[in-house]
Design a protein around this ligand. Structure first.
Ligand code: FCB
Length: 444
């Protein structure tokens, strides 16, 4: 055994992740309805360079090529999301057969290529028609989500066994309703609290639906978990960090897995919690999904709805090319905290490194050594957490392709595969080749 052989539990899974809105394109094709992000893309200054996801990586048409890329990399697990408005253009009611057909083609091709599909029901592209009816502020959203979950479970449950309910609900609630600016934009405390509670209820009903319709399903929710540090040691900043930690990291997994809200939110959310709600939210799940990239800093800010705002670190720390703090030891800490608190098998459902400089060199190759360094450090930190007792069962790199990175548009590239957006040509970067070697041999 060489010193760089990874020590991992037997059966450890390696995979890669994407999301529907970020790669599919074809936003107006074959009956797909608009999502909130189609609207945001049209708002002035909301997305860098005025980028839209109308074409994105054109994965809707090029999915077979993308699956072949995964197969060539030796990948056996693929995490993707279904675009709710592609199946239900108005979010509820009539079903779009062509939308169902697309994911049939995708799933069948994955399975034929020996790749296990991990299907996430919702990754930010919430139907605009439902947003116009109040979105997650409206308690009816729980039933809308349940009906959509039934459709997905009934249609794909014969072939898909791994399901995630919602990707990063905390960031949807926090950035959409607690801090501006991102979708859908309501800087208001009560709206924020209702959204938190209804997303949690939505998760709970979706777990029940998936259990009922898909025998043997393996189900989890995907949580954004970035340790929060105060910018200073002062009591106000420490309080700000405590509250941000509840919003960013705790207010979804705590009620879903432990059955209660974290203390500050618990007091505020009470008016929206009906008898029996917490039991509906706290349904047995099979695993904990963690998306982790960095750490965040909080500072006290009495001008904001929650009394905190995000801040840069007061100490100089290494950063990725897009300015995200590199702190692999925080990954180990967070994996251990999750393992101790929730006592569930953990899957790292996203981890990766963004760049605004990745580009082909004179030989047409993309040498992203900075990403290999980042991934080596983070995967190393994960193995330390495992050695110290964290029950981590798998790791999905973010992301297969460079893609539409929300407000940053196409300026931030997270792919292991480069996308030349003008031609849609895919070029596996050095990191794709490195990852392929890693997952086949377990060595970094
Ligand atoms: C996560 C999102 C994912 C991607 C990465 C960089 O928060 O889940 O869609 O944007 O960040």
């Amino acid at each position: 055994m060489t010193s760089n052989t990874l020590v991992l539990p037997p059966g450890f899974l390696w995979g890669i992740a994407t999301s529907s809105f970020q790669i599919e394109g074809a936003t107006k094709e074959d009956g797909r309805g608009p999502s909130i992000w189609d609207k945001i893309c049209r708002e002035k200054d909301a997305v860098a360079n005025g980028d839209t996801a109308d074409i994105a990586c054109d994965h809707y048409h090029r999915y077979a090529e993308d699956i072949a890329l995964m197969r060539d990399m030796g990948l056996k697990n693929y995490r993707f999301s279904v675009a709710w408005p592609r199946l239900l253009p108005l979010g509820s009611g009539s079903v779009n057969q062509k939308g169902l057909d697309f994911y049939d083609r995708l799933i069948d091709r994955l399975l034929a290529s020996g790749i296990e599909p991990w299907l996430c029901l919702l990754h930010s592209d919430f139907p605009l028609a439902l947003h116009d009816r109040g979105g997650w502020i409206n308690r009816d959203s729980v039933d809308w989500f349940a009906d959509y979950a039934v459709l997905v479970a009934r249609h794909y449950g014969d072939r898909v066994k791994h399901f995630a309910t919602i990707n990063e609900p905390s960031l949807h609630a926090l950035f959409g309703y607690g801090i501006n600016p991102t979708a859908p934009g309501f800087p208001d405390r009560s709206a924020n609290l209702q959204v938190i509670h209804h997303l949690n209820l939505g998760h709970g009903v979706a777990v029940d639906v998936l259990r009922a319709w898909v025998p043997g399903a393996s189900i989890g929710c995907i949580h954004a978990r970035q340790p929060v540090r105060p910018v200073s040691d002062g009591p106000e900043d420490r309080k700000a960090a405590e509250i941000l930690d509840e919003h960013w990291n705790l207010c979804f997994p705590d009620p879903q897995i432990l059955g209660y809200y974290p203390p500050n939110i618990a007091r505020e959310i009470e008016p929206y919690v009906r008898p029996g709600d917490l039991a509906k939210i706290c349904r047995p799940v099979d695993w904990f999904g963690i998306n982790h990239y960095s750490i965040v800093h909080a500072k006290s800010d009495t001008d904001t709805v929650w009394g905190f705002s995000l801040a840069g670190s007061s100490v100089k720390m290494p950063e990725t090319e897009i300015g995200w703090t590199i702190c692999p030891e925080a990954f180990r800490e967070e994996l251990l905290r999750i393992s101790k608190t929730y006592r569930l098998p953990i899957y790292v459902t996203e981890n990766g490194c963004g760049s605004n400089k990745d580009a082909p060199d004179a030989n047409g190759e993309v040498n992203d050594q900075h990403r290999i360094d980042y991934l080596t450090a983070y995967i190393g930190s994960m193995t330390e957490a495992i050695a110290q007792g964290a029950d981590v069962r798998g790791y999905f790199a973010w992301s297969l392709l460079d893609n539409f990175e929300w407000n940053a548009g196409y300026a931030s590239r997270f792919g292991l595969v480069y996308v030349d957006y003008a031609t849609q040509r895919r070029i596996p970067k050095a990191s794709a080749k490195w990852y392929s070697r890693l997952i086949s041999g377990g060595k970094v």
